[in-house]
Design a protein around this ligand. Sequence first.
Ligand SMILES: Nc1ncnc2c1ncn2[C@@H]1O[C@H](COP(=O)(O)OP(=O)(O)O)[C@@H](O)[C@H]1O
Ligand SMILES: [Mg+2]
Length: 265
Amino acid sequence: MSQTMSPVILEAMSLCRTFKLPRTSLSSARAERHAVVDIDLTVNIGDRLGIVGESGSGKTTLAKLLLCLDKPSSGVIKFKTQELPLADMAKFRREVQVVFQDPRSSLDPRMTIDQIIREPLECLNLQEDHDTRIDEVLDHVDLERKMRARYPHELSGGQRQRVAIARALAPRPTVLIADEPVSALDVLVRDEILQLLAGLTDNLGLTIILISHDLSVIARLCDKVVVMQHGRIVESGATENVFRSPQHQFTAELVAAVPRLPEIR
Ligand SMILES: Nc1ncnc2c1ncn2[C@@H]1O[C@H](COP(=O)(O)OP(=O)(O)O)[C@@H](O)[C@H]1O
Ligand SMILES: [Mg+2]
């Protein structure tokens, strides 16, 4: 972690998201699912923050709230001290980008790689040469420029995830939220993509929020981590400390599940 605290870029205060479940024939009352419960979170510029927790612990729900793709039931999210949604959402959409788990479903199969990466540049109406920018981001993710003419199905899983990352980088975001970006990939490719993300955060000065159910994935990339269980944050701190001396029983179990301590950057 850096010695001096950099400015806060994203902040969640007492964040809750409750889903009403469909009525069952047995009962007229609608059950509720508390997916995110009373979460406080501060992300500083340049952070590499990991969010870890087992499946169903509320990670994706939290990500969608932070991305302003969903509305909290209660609580507040601030981006650069301003409460979401901002009056000017275009600025937020440019600055906070996302990569989802499965590049097969997140990339439109009818679009070429060129069109896929061009889309955010056009939608956000960015005033720069789009062709040049597409080449630049393909370079960033180590894909050949000739890939522009291809379709997603012509690419490997790892290449598709590189395209998803290139698309996210195209508008020059400040924050990248990656929700299980390597879970759909096999182990070797997983390492390559994590290495790529690590390089990008360093070289482009990106703030990254990396979400994974796998603590070893978080440890590869993140210097801070929050641990979620049943919608709540049960533990947070420097990744190294959380690894070395987990305070919460659940975290200890996650650590024990990692085959060997991965190299911490
Ligand atoms: N749209 C929804 N409607 C009802 N329940 C939901 C919805 N989205 C998520 N949930 C529930 O909220 C909980 C957290 O889900 P999620 O955020 O996807 O967890 P994770 O990403 O950690 O696996 C789960 O119990 C899930 O079933
Ligand atoms: Mg999820």
